[in-house]
Design a protein around this ligand. Structure first.
Ligand code: UDP
Length: 407
């Protein structure tokens, strides 16, 4: 088991001591996280890593996942797409179904002193607040820069009943009558997905998937989701291939709250079938070791998202010192300063151009990767994230009090 003390080797002893100090002031309070999936996607990834660490520093942290049938997740995926600016029609029946499922979940759940609700799927649980009390914070992980008006207006009626809303990037802040807090997500440097790996293990994984490491490998490791633009990735690779030899790896799986994954994966497989240098790898849940090896062994890592909340996959690849080419959307520009800690692009052609450049200029690519790793180390590791959350919990639960941290 990874111990919180182990992080001192990465971020220094002072940071770990600070976490213990802050946690002491939350004794006796229950912090309940609620989201809609226990596997797949960035939110589950963060909660899986963070809850055990919070417990180790003495915080009574819990994690509940709301239950819903297939129809519910079709509706919430529509919400998700609409909030990301994709045109979708949502009927009154679908809004009603969304609320019914939230109400059923609220009836079955025990709530903590602090209820930390992640993303839109469980947002309606706030209706229970009048009965159960507590402090409620809504944690939004998605790209809110161009939300669909109808869906946003519906959700706004719930968001405004929370004590505060937390967003991942300044661009997502909205005019709201409640406090808004900016907290960026993080990766765990000691997890199976991000810890150092011997070269031998990296090569073994590439061999297992039939990928030739003696030629350049360009990869995107992401859920098969329209907004991650896997088809755009194939198009960019095809343009780059005219100028430089390379192979493409598209690896990923799905999430239990995302019903669209299989259809997108099929579309990608059809596109890829025409080219033996495109490797489509289906990753079941708990493929952390494989993801680690694929990211580490790639010549260039892509994240060509059309919209992105934060983009943990970018932080993961940068942490491994990989040169990353990613779209300038959502939280990605927080992680990549263009031409310094990676490359930001806006189009298929731009992505293709930079694939060719980075493969042809390995020294420059290496420098981008080194700067990227340093940037992630200073800003986006789990210890900083826990500290921000502890401060948020303290300021919400002990509102109006002066908390003397040295006592
Ligand atoms: N991930 C995974 N398996 C997959 C695809 C992605 O474990 O098949 C992980 C990925 O490594 C990252 C997270 O899921 O930790 C995705 O987070 P991100 O913020 O990049 O995007 P999201 O999927 O939340 O939109």
């Amino acid at each position: 088991m990874i111990r919180i003390e182990d992080y001192a080797g990465v971020v220094g002893r002072g940071m770990v001591e600070e976490l213990f100090l802050l946690a002491r002031h939350l004794r006796g309070k229950t912090i309940q996280n609620i989201n809609s999936t226990s596997v797949g996607g960035g939110v589950a990834e963060i909660l899986t890593r963070m809850i055990p660490l919070l417990k180790q520093i003495g915080v009574d942290a819990r994690w509940d996942v709301i239950k819903g049938n297939e129809r519910f997740f079709v509706v919430t995926k529509k919400f998700h797409n609409a909030l990301h600016g994709v045109p979708v029609e949502i009927s009154d029946d679908e809004f009603d179904l969304f609320l019914d499922v939230n109400r059923q979940n609220a009836a079955d759940m025990n709530f903590g002193d602090m209820v930390f609700v992640h993303d839109p799927q469980p947002i309606g649980l706030i209706e229970k607040r009048g009965i159960v009390g507590g402090q409620w914070v809504w944690r939004c992980h998605i790209d809110f820069s161009h939300p669909d008006r109808k869906v946003w207006e519906f959700l706004e009626g719930y968001v405004t009943r929370y004590d505060a809303a937390v967003f991942s990037a300044p661009a997502f802040a909205r005019p709201l009558p409640i406090n808004q807090v900016l907290i960026s997500p993080s990766i765990d440097p000691l997890s199976e997905k991000n810890r150092d790996l011997p070269e031998k293990s990296v090569s073994e994984v590439f061999e297992r998937f039939g990928i030739d490491r003696s030629r350049p490998v360009v990869s995107q490791i992401s859920r098969f989701d329209y907004l991650k633009d896997p088809v755009g990735v194939i198009k960019a690779y095809r343009i780059a291939r005219r100028r430089v030899d390379c192979q493409l790896v598209l690896a990923g799986g799905g999430a239990t709250d995302d019903p669209e994954g299989p259809a997108i994966m099929e579309q990608v497989q059809t596109e890829a079938a025409k080219d033996k240098d495109i490797h489509v790898v289906f990753l079941p849940p708990s493929s952390d070791f494989e993801i680690n090896a694929l990211q580490r062994g790639s010549t260039v890592v892509l994240q060509k998202s059309l919209r992105e909340g934060f983009g943990l996959t970018v932080a993961e690849a940068l942490w491994k010192g990989r040169p990353v080419i990613a779209s300038a959307v959502g939280g990605i520009p927080l992680q990549i300063a263009h031409k310094y800690s990676g490359i930001l692009t806006h189009s298929i052609e731009g992505t293709a151009h930079w694939i060719k450049q980075l493969i042809n200029e390995p020294a420059y690519a290496r420098k981008l990767g080194e700067n990227g790793r340093e940037h992630i180390k200073n800003n986006f590791l789990i210890t900083r994230h826990i500290k921000d959350y502890l401060l948020l919990f303290l300021s919400t639960l002990r509102k109006g009090e002066i908390v003397y941290l040295d006592q």
